[in-house]
Design a protein around this ligand. Structure first.
Ligand SMILES: Cc1cc2nc3c(=O)[nH]c(=O)nc-3n(C[C@H](O)[C@H](O)[C@H](O)COP(=O)(O)O)c2cc1C
Length: 379
């Protein structure tokens, strides 16, 4: 079975993929281009809109700029407020299938909620998109912290750590359906299957890349044990190195695994620092504070990853500009330096949000990418 391959064998099997090739030391992707308002809980002016032509254009721009992956948000309802933030949201497997057909190199992800998609269906959908894309599909797993969203489905909102046990069983079934040659009969605590068939198998070997961003103790452990791409939040590279090496060592020593470690950023880059600060101010001034409050209150109760951020005085601003991800504000030189510093402490990749993806991706390609190449973190 797939997991019996050694980390070296897994890396070799995936060496042709942007996430695994040795061209770019720091991998880069876009995040949240499938939901209204993206990562900005703000009414500040933008060309961003939630339409198929626009989301498709953004994926193509990302590919043209040389980025390595596109990752959607798994979302089923909005957070209220004036904007009903994220309330318009493309379902992510079908979104990924469309983008897979329309792109050539970039890795395309779906973000799947474990409690509401049956693992047989998830395995089959993933395989189908893997075939459409010629082996470029990735699956981001979320356990479902947004209670009203899970209640839409009549699903039970389980206790926090139990959600990861559900996820473990779910993913075991999915990986076995992807990799085993016999029908699967499985009797678990949460799922059972009887002679489940799933052919064809994925194009990718050993199987599509699995991503998970859990960062609570239970989430981090799940991720180290099961994911190919995990996440940490890096606030300050000067102090974050022990966290990065700590996670990697834990995954290696406890599970013999070598997941790539990613982080996220909300980028506000302009030619001058003053312009960048003005742009950030405009996003904050246009903030939909009610939606931000709604999101923060539910997040505080249902997720463990955001406790530190929620305690900060500026927490609301951090959610308005970037869904709480660290904000990179400044000139191309300043932004590039932050990426170089993050790469320097062993972070393998970054998922990026912008207020106006189309305009800012082009600016990023022209002004930041050359500096990253010069610094050797991009090929
Ligand atoms: C890069 C990234 C992507 C995420 N994508 C989603 C998502 O699409 N949908 C969602 O409900 N949560 C998403 N989350 C939130 C994670 O599921 C998350 O960290 C969650 O709160 C689980 O953490 P926990 O271990 O503290 O419970 C994402 C987080 C990060 C950092």
């Amino acid at each position: 079975m797939a997991e019996h391959l050694s980390p070296d064998e897994i890396d070799a099997a995936r060496a042709h993929l942007p996430l695994y090739d040795d061209r770019n030391r720091l991998k880069l992707g876009t995040f949240a281009t499938n939901v209204s308002n993206g990562m900005s809980i703000s009414r500040a002016p933008t060309s961003y809109e939630m339409t198929w032509p626009h989301t498709l254009d953004l994926a193509r721009r990302a590919e043209r700029a040389g980025l390595d992956l596109v990752v959607p948000i798994g979302r089923w309802r909005g957070f209220g407020g004036e904007t009903n933030f994220n309330g318009e949201c493309f379902e992510t497997y079908t979104w990924a299938a469309g983008l897979a057909q329309a792109t050539e190199r970039i890795q395309v992800f779906a973000t799947s909620h474990v409690p509401v998609i049956h693992p047989i269906l998830a395995a089959k959908q993933a395989v189908t998109i893997d075939h459409i894309s010629g082996g470029r599909f990735g699956l981001n797993l979320v356990m479902g912290w947004f209670k009203p969203e899970m209640e839409m489905f009549g699903a039970v909102q389980r206790e926090h750590d139990e959600r990861y046990r559900v996820g473990e069983e779910w993913l075991t079934i999915v990986k076995r359906l992807w990799t085993e040659d016999k029908p699967l009969t499985f009797e678990g605590e949460f799922f059972s299957t009887l002679e489940a068939e799933s052919w064809p198998k994925p194009v990718q070997r050993p199987h599509p890349v699995v991503m998970n961003a859990g960062s609570s103790p239970a989430g981090s452990d799940f991720s180290a044990r099961n994911a190919d791409v995990s996440f940490v939040t890096v606030e300050d590279p000067a102090t974050a190195e022990p966290m990065v090496s700590g996670f990697k060592n834990m995954a290696w020593e406890q599970y013999g695994r070598r997941p790539r470690l990613f982080s996220g950023a909300y980028v506000v880059c302009r030619d001058t620092e003053a312009e960048a600060q003005d742009a950030l101010r405009e996003i904050l001034d246009g903030g939909d504070r009610q939606a931000a409050k709604n999101l923060m209150s539910i997040l505080g109760v249902q997720s463990r990853s955001f406790d530190d951020i929620l305690r900060q005085k500026s927490a609301e601003d951090r959610f308005i500009a970037g869904w709480s991800a660290p904000t990179f504000v400044g000139t191309p030189e300043q932004i590039a330096q932050r990426f170089v510093d993050i790469s320097g402490i062993g972070v393998d990749g970054m998922l990026l949000g912008f207020h106006d993806y189309a305009v800012e991706l082009d600016h990023f390609e022209e002004n930041v990418m050359p500096l990253l190449k010069e610094a050797g973190v991009r090929g």
